[in-house]
Ligand binder design. Structure first.
Ligand code: DAK
Length: 256
């Protein structure tokens, strides 16, 4: 056991797992925890031996949002100057594939964090919500924008205006998670491990392109895709992938 607020380990080759660890506060995202997360993601981004990240809060709770005790001291001026905005920017810039394994509550900033993952897996008891309205304000980590884009206006309005939670089935039906798994922790690692076996440069560009599809006109996105594929055709990984197929063997990618 450790009392670190963020646990870091490598559950599979090339996979780093980041586990939020403030169970006594339902993994509320205090500023120190956001700093630890931003630093850990940057370290994973810089480490050539890491090809995918699993983000989780463990088997009981993903994260209950921003730390309300910390938020209680905010006013308009400190809100406008809030250092947390820059921390969210650092988290958003993580360029490698990120899988979220979500058990229990993903609320407020916790759900906003989950929406930064490229693939999310929910356990059967996961619950999703943006209940900031109960506290007299609104989501501040991108929730109003991302939830509407990912899950659609109806579910976004319902969660944001009523403060109600959605269960795993509803979240899955709305496209907020890729799948529901009996053991989301295991499945999250399995997905990340599978990605980590693929060509890292291709995975990175694929992530960038799919994210760009949200707010790029189709022609611009297609032009971006054509350039990306041409760039990938110049890599060793492309030669290895095609060579392995033709020689009927498993490809081993070096990320070069
Ligand atoms: N912050 C601080 N402490 C929390 C917490 C939170 N978000 N959630 C739970 N805790 C603490 C509780 O105070 C309690 O502490 P003690 O009383 O034991 O000291 C302990 O965790 C256990 O909580 P409960 O007794 O309530 O546990 P239950 O299992 O019964 O209920 C719950 C779990 C998660 C349903 C419930 O605790 C709850 O409703 N929590 C609050 C959820 C919430 O309202 N989340 C939204 C927070 S606001 C921004 C970016 C993002 C944000 C803002 C700005 N910028 C970039 C500017 C985000 C804002 C938010 O997320």
């Amino acid at each position: 056991m450790t009392d670190a607020i963020l646990l870091i380990d490598e559950p599979a080759p090339y996979v780093r797992r980041l586990t939020l660890n403030r169970p006594e506060a339902r993994n509320a995202l205090s500023s120190p925890l956001l700093v630890a997360l931003a630093e850990a993601l940057e370290a994973a981004g810089d480490d050539a031996n890491i090809r995918a990240v699993v983000l989780t809060g463990g088997a009981k709770v993903f994260a209950a949002g921003a730390d309300i005790k910390e938020l209680a001291t905010r006013d308009t001026v400190t809100g406008l100057l809030d250092a947390r905005t820059a921390l969210w920017g650092r988290i958003r810039r993580f360029a490698k594939p990120m899988v979220a394994a979500i058990d229990g509550y993903a609320l407020g900033g916790g759900l906003e964090l989950a929406m930064h993952a490229d693939i999310a897996v929910a356990g059967p008891t996961a619950q999703f919500g943006l209940p900031e309205i109960n506290l007299g304000f609104i989501p501040g980590g991108g929730g109003t924008q991302r939830l509407a884009r990912i899950a659609g206006q109806q579910l976004a309005m319902k969660l944001i205006l009523t403060g109600e939670f959605a269960d795993a089935k509803t979240a899955h039906a709305a496209g907020l998670v890729a799948e529901i798994a009996e053991d989301a922790q295991l499945r999250g690692v399995e997905i990340a491990a599978k990605i980590a076996q693929k060509a890292p440069l291709a995975a990175r560009l694929a992530k960038e392109l799919v994210l760009a599809a949200r707010d790029t006109p189709l022609e611009t996105g297609l032009a971006f895709e054509r350039k990306a594929i041409a760039a990938l055709w110049g890599t060793d990984d492309f030669k290895e992938g095609v060579g392995a197929f033709l020689e009927k063997r498993k490809a081993t990618f070096a990320g070069k």
